[in-house]
Design a protein around this ligand. Structure first.
Ligand SMILES: Nc1ncnc2c1ncn2[C@@H]1O[C@H](COP(=O)(O)OP(=O)(O)OP(=O)(O)O)[C@@H](O)[C@H]1O
Ligand SMILES: [Mg+2]
Length: 300
């Protein structure tokens, strides 16, 4: 990734600046981290990086990409909202070590809302057969207590994080999952250094040849999912982002085990129909039944 913090215009909080300090930093090399701790407190819209406090299983697959900021001296700074959704809101977050331009990155923070703040509940067809390991959590869920609502929201964030990890490791074009912490998933931000998010396929402009290329990429990623036994389960031109000419798939919490889930085949079929309807309307030749058959052939 190029330096996403070349511009500080997006800064909207009265917070410690990330500009390189004017003193001779080389002379203070060994003291750098201590200085960051000593001189800087999180301002409004900031917190200490949550990375050091989470357990290893809540961090993304290793090896961590070089751009992942792991320093305990890093601050997380809110850079505004990318999109409010039905069950979650997605925010732009800057994670960086003050005074060290080489340790800065932009992240997408997807924060699930607890049930009472949601306008939509994902159908239970997705969760059929899923088990809850912790009995305290299971009881809280059943009672719909405050803790239960938090547990329900966190279940979706963990489900999305796990799905992103699995698909990332299989080489599918998903944003790299940096970490999960309660109801928040932090992932690679797909977009420009100035914080402009990559367009959804639904908004992407392109001639027929370009769209044909996008279709081929969507089939490729669906094949990776299917070969591992999964359907996305909510695939549409809104859950596909076009970043640097490549189609990426997002919004994975509901991915479906095609065989184990009784609705698995139906949901895979629905994904095929959604995608082919969209491309057919844009004069890209494709056939949902052929795609479905091809993906079934790729299963395991
Ligand atoms: N990693 C990312 N990089 C850039 N933008 C992102 C990223 N993840 C999500 N977004 C933006 O946030 C929007 C919502 O993300 P997502 O689909 O995961 O959430 P959602 O709650 O399911 O939203 P919706 O209810 O609209 O489907 C996306 O359409 C995209 O514009
Ligand atoms: Mg979505």
């Amino acid at each position: 990734m190029s330096d996403p913090f070349a511009s500080s215009e997006a800064a909207s909080f009265d917070a410690p600046s990330f500009d390189t300090p004017s003193f001779d930093a080389a002379a203070f090399d060994s003291l750098e981290t201590e200085l960051a701790f000593a001189d800087v407190d999180p301002g409004e819209g900031q917190r200490w990086s949550t990375w050091p406090a989470i357990t290893p299983s809540e961090r993304g697959p290793e090896p961590w990409p070089a751009w992942v900021v792991t320093s305990a001296g890093a601050l997380d700074t809110e850079r505004g909202i990318l999109k409010t959704g039905k069950e979650a809101d997605v925010f732009l977050l800057e994670r960086g070590v003050p005074g060290d331009p080489s340790q800065h990155t932009l992240l997408a923070a997807k924060r699930y809302r607890s049930a009472e703040h949601r306008s939509f509940h994902r159908s239970s067809v997705y969760t059929e057969g899923r088990s809850i390991r912790n009995t305290r959590d299971a009881r809280a869920l059943a009672k719909k207590s405050d803790h239960g609502r938090e547990v329900a929201a966190a279940q979706w964030s963990f489900a999305e994080f796990e799905a992103l990890c699995r698909m990332w490791e299989l080489g599918a074009p998903v944003p790299y999952p940096v970490q999960v912490n309660g109801t928040e998933v932090l992932m690679e931000f797909l977009g420009d250094a100035d914080g402009t998010a990559a367009p959804r396929l639904a908004q992407a402009r392109g001639d027929r040849t370009e769209l044909q290329g996008y279709y081929a990429q969507v089939v490729d990623l669906m094949r990776i999912f299917a070969a591992a036994g999964f359907a996305h389960g909510d695939l549409s031109a809104y859950n596909l982002l076009v970043h640097e000419g490549r189609v990426h798939v997002i919004d994975l919490p509901q991915i479906v085990d095609i065989i184990a889930n009784p609705q698995g085949l139906d949901l895979l079929h629905r994904d095929c129909v959604n995608i082919c309807d969209w491309f057919t309307r844009r004069r890209v030749e494709c056939d949902a039944e052929e795609l479905f058959a091809e993906l079934l052939a790729a299963l395991y």
